[in-house]
Write a protein that binds this ligand. Structure first.
Ligand code: DON
Length: 570
């Protein structure tokens, strides 16, 4: 009887998916990205992309361009580009060498496990998200310094000067830049106990000039003193003073002690000749993506079709298991013994995925579901770069929320992150992305909070094939996963793979989030087999590069979603 129901439902899904393919007209057909022979830079802001391309044209390599872009983003995209935050870098050199750099923030030395809980042990609303106590020790400047020390080729000052000029001489706001500054006017005042230089009587508008004079000064200190321009001396003092004003705990000693860490990337093979190279913990991104790719190797997504009920169901079931593992097993490897080998082991994964049924959704509800108010967040930023030698760099960097904890370091001109919220402030209590965690991701002094950032590089038959990443909090991993599937399984050109509608699920809450535009028939079918569906406007903002068969580089910025994503090549 059970078998009979199985075959009836499978046949039902098959018929539905044929109809879906015939009726799905939502996919925009913007065929190609930016094509170039020598180098491509894709970032979330045209001015940052321009800075990267200029460095490549002056003979800089992809690492030089990445450093210049990171600092340029700190100026032109202050909601996410940063020197007060952190991030991850994955690279593949033209000779095939791969590596990754962890410049994620760390908990200050005075942090402790219960620092965001009240006397009854309940989380104090917003304490880990807003204001001084939410900030981790920033890692970006150390990350860029390490990158330069290992791979830089142009003089360091040349890499810093474009961002200093942008900050000092000003630039014109895009409409999106202006709208964000307007949106956070009240928050800036509240958190900083009065107006900051970004508060203005009349709203910001497109093409307004903006200057970041204090930031220009801080960037000049970094230009002249490298990491010491940030972690020591005047800037460190200003950060400590700022902390003392608002009950924060980062000290000059925490700053001086911060180090970025080189790590072996997570690398797994996928089907015919693909290798996925991504970020190990303290990001969960690489492990989760690897688990998803290994699980996907058992399915023929091309046959199932793009965004059909069947393919969405299978992706969801894989994601459910992967995010459950994330919540339980992943945390900073320097503090917690992450069972990496087990999580990527064939036998382990076959057992995990063996319970996936094609005819019904599994329930995630053993632990109470986390309430997520919204995952429509695009605060983080990703950039992808390939140079003329074929060196590839994939960087995702963040302040966590828009403008981080909203604290602007007085006199130094930059925002601090609110990355502490990425720790599990209490086992089972969801963070702002609805992610739950446990001991592996509990707060400890000096520890890095678990991230979902997934800067990734894909090889095909031993050669560079794709560079990809996105913002989006917990949706980062599943978005990167789908872009890879869209290209290697569904055969889409990279720009279409980026444009395609995305879905996301994460174990808890037990639901599938889908971008508006996915066929309503598909959604009905998914409901029929037990999935709860929530439609949202947009998921992430991918910035990708593909090496085409003819050797041309194709830069695909996520131009169909909000923001100023821009690809340029030469
Ligand atoms: O590290 C993480 O996973 C988060 N702090 C990233 C935040 C993010 O992507 C926000 N929005 N796009």
């Amino acid at each position: 009887m059970k078998r009979k129901i199985y075959w009836i439902l499978t046949a039902f899904l098959f018929v539905i998916s044929c109809r879906e393919q015939a009726t799905d007209t939502t996919q925009k057909k913007i065929a190609t990205g930016v094509l170039a022979k020598n180098g491509v830079v894709v970032t979330a802001h045209p001015l940052a992309t321009q800075v990267g391309i200029d460095i490549l044209k002056k003979g800089g390599n992809a690492f030089d361009a990445a450093i210049a872009v990171q600092y340029a983003l700190a100026v032109v995209l202050p909601k996410a580009g940063n020197i007060g935050g952190g991030g991850f870098l994955v690279y593949r050199k033209s000779d095939g060498e791969t590596g990754s750099l962890d410049f994620r923030e760390k908990a200050p030395s005075a942090a402790n496990k219960d620092m965001y809980l009240d006397g009854e042990g309940n989380p104090i609303s917003d304490l880990s998200k807003r204001g001084h106590l939410a900030a981790g020790v920033p890692g970006t400047v150390a990350g860029m310094d390490e990158t330069y020390a290992k791979f830089g080729s142009l003089p360091f000052k040349q890499l810093m000067q474009p961002s200093i000029d942008l900050a000092d001489q000003g630039f014109l706001l895009t409409e999106y830049d202006a709208s964000l500054l307007n949106r956070f006017q009240d928050a800036f005042k509240e958190v900083n106990n009065g107006s900051i230089y970004l508060n203005k009587e009349t709203p910001f508008a497109e093409s307004d000039s903006i200057y970041h004079k204090d930031l220009a000064k801080t960037l000049s200190l970094i230009r002249d003193n490298r990491r010491d321009g940030f972690y020591k001396g005047e800037t460190a003092l200003l950060i400590e003073k700022e902390m003392q004003k608002g009950g924060g705990i980062i000290t000059q000693e925490d700053l001086a002690n911060y180090e970025a860490t080189w790590r072996a990337p997570i690398e797994v093979n996928f089907k015919d000749g693909y290798k996925i190279i991504s970020m190990p913990p303290s990001s969960s991104g690489g492990v989760a993506l690897a688990q998803l790719m290994l699980g996907s190797a058992n399915y023929d997504f091309k046959a199932m079709g793009l965004n059909t009920a069947k393919s969405i169901h299978v992706m969801t079931e894989l994601q459910r298991r992967v995010y459950a593992d994330r919540a339980t097993h992943l945390g900073d490897m320097d503090f917690y013994d992450v069972p990496l080998a087990m999580l990527l082991d064939d036998t382990y994964l076959s057992e995990r995925y063996g319970t996936i049924s094609l005819d019904s959704a599994t329930s995630s509800q053993e632990i109470k579901a986390g309430e997520v108010t919204t995952i429509e967040s695009f605060e983080t930023t990703h950039f992808s770069i390939v140079d003329k030698e074929g060196n590839a760099v994939s960087v995702t960097t963040t302040l966590n929320s828009y403008f981080g904890c909203k604290v602007l370091v007085e006199g130094a001109g930059f925002f601090l992150n609110n990355e502490m919220d990425d720790f599990s402030v209490k086992p089972g209590v969801p963070n702002q992305f609805g992610l739950v965690g446990a001991e592996a991701n509990a707060i400890q002094p000096g520890k890095r909070m678990l991230s979902s950032m997934t800067p990734t590089i894909v090889e095909k038959e031993g050669k560079l094939f794709m560079v990809v990443g996105t913002p989006g909090g917990s949706t980062i991993i599943t978005n990167v996963y789908q872009v890879i599937l869209n290209v290697v399984e569904h055969g889409l050109p990279i720009q279409e793979a980026v444009n395609a509608k995305k879905i996301h699920s994460q174990w808890l809450p037990d639901q599938i989030i889908v971008e508006k535009g996915i066929n309503s028939l598909t959604l009905d079918t998914l409901r029929t087999i037990g999935h709860e569906i929530r439609e949202i406007e947009q998921i992430g903002r991918i910035e990708a590069i593909l090496v085409r068969e003819d050797g041309m580089l194709e830069g695909a910025a996520d131009i169909t979603r909000t923001g100023d994503a821009t690809a340029m090549g030469y």
